[in-house]
Design a protein around this ligand. Structure first.
Ligand code: NCD
Length: 317
């Protein structure tokens, strides 16, 4: 595996499955009496967040701490970045502090790559979301969640049907998921209004549909995406009501899913817009499992990138 995790393209199917398998091992250890492992003791992980985040930042923090790493949280709001300090100066400060891994979230697509290629730091760079480009650890935790719900898809997703619904255009989660799911062999259908389908989608190895009622009947996994209003400078659909009617997961569509199908959402959810409250809270929803699995998968990523000591059940102080 590479020294950095910037894109799902950095991973072969074997690399991705290796991360998921490590996360499974970690889940067995985490279920036992010892919550904390000594594996990354003495290492420093910096969370460098230029965009708001709740679950991703907390998830990385919790993952690093459970491996006994030291964690520095650097949020751009209230830091010298808001006074005009550049990414370069910030990176060099982190380097001087001895960061071993930098987890970066940034509003600009390509920011994580820029940091990794810059030579400003020697740390491993992990992309925690760059603009509308990629969010690889989200795709990995989604794959882990799918695998844990469907044990028949342990080593390949061949035969698995996934529908990804909503604001594909602005979604880094959709991009990383399409790359990973198709890499593992799943068949992916994107469903969205034409205005929210990216231009280059013909190169993505997916089907595109504008009819959610058709797609819900066929899929094993229905992944709903947040409508990313903060990234919309124009109006992409006539009204919220119209969006919900065409592309929201309401009770009727929830009931039209196959018996075994699951509903996913990366959060934060706009209840009442892309997903109704009863769908979000239904027994098919694995939203909270996604959050819990996020910690395990990020532990696995940190462990693999930083080459931690062997995974043992030793309790750390
Ligand atoms: C996603 C993100 O930030 O890209 N959220 C997350 O990481 N849990 C999706 C979103 O914000 O809609």
């Amino acid at each position: 595996m590479n020294r950095h995790l910037l894109s799902i393209n950095d991973l072969s199917p074997q690399d991705a499955l290796g991360i998921l398998n490590t996360a499974s091992e970690l889940s067995k250890i985490s279920d036992g009496p010892m919550k904390k492992l000594p594996t990354l003791r003495g290492r420093t992980v910096v969370n460098l967040f230029f965009e708001d985040s709740t679950r991703t930042r907390i998830s990385f923090e919790s993952a690093a701490k459970r491996l006994s790493a030291d964690v520095i949280n650097f949020s751009a709001k209230g830091s010298s970045v808001s006074k005009g300090e550049s990414l370069k100066d910030t990176a060099q400060t982190l380097q001087a502090m001895g960061a071993d891994a930098v987890v970066i979230r940034h509003g600009a697509s390509g920011a994580a790559q820029r940091l990794a290629d810059s030579g400003w730091i020697s740390a491993s760079v992990i992309n925690a979301g760059d603009g509308t480009h990629e969010h690889p650890t989200q795709a990995l935790l989604d794959a882990y969640t799918i695998r844990s719900k469907f044990p028949q898809y342990q080593d390949s997703f061949a035969g698995l049907k996934v529908g990804i619904v909503g604001d594909i255009l602005h979604s880094r989660v959709a991009r990383s998921n399409v790359l990973l799911l198709t890499k593992l062999g799943a068949k992916v259908s994107l469903v969205a209004p034409p205005t929210l389908i990216p231009v280059g989608v013909t190169d993505w190895n997916v089907e595109v549909s504008y009819d959610l009622d058709e797609v819900v009947k066929k899929v094993d996994v229905l992944m709903m995406l947040r409508v990313q209003s903060e990234r919309m400078k124009d109006s992409f659909f006539p009204s919220e009501r119209e969006y919900s009617r065409g592309y929201g997961l309401d009770l009727a569509r929830l009931n039209a899913l196959q018996e075994h199908a699951i509903v996913m959402h990366p959060g934060p959810m706009n209840r009442g817009l892309e997903i109704s409250a009863e769908s979000a809270d239904s027994h098919r929803s694995v939203v909270l499992a996604q959050v819990a699995n996020g910690v395990l998968v990020r532990m696995a990523v940190l462990y693999q990138l930083l080459g931690g000591a062997a995974l043992t059940g030793e309790v750390s102080a």
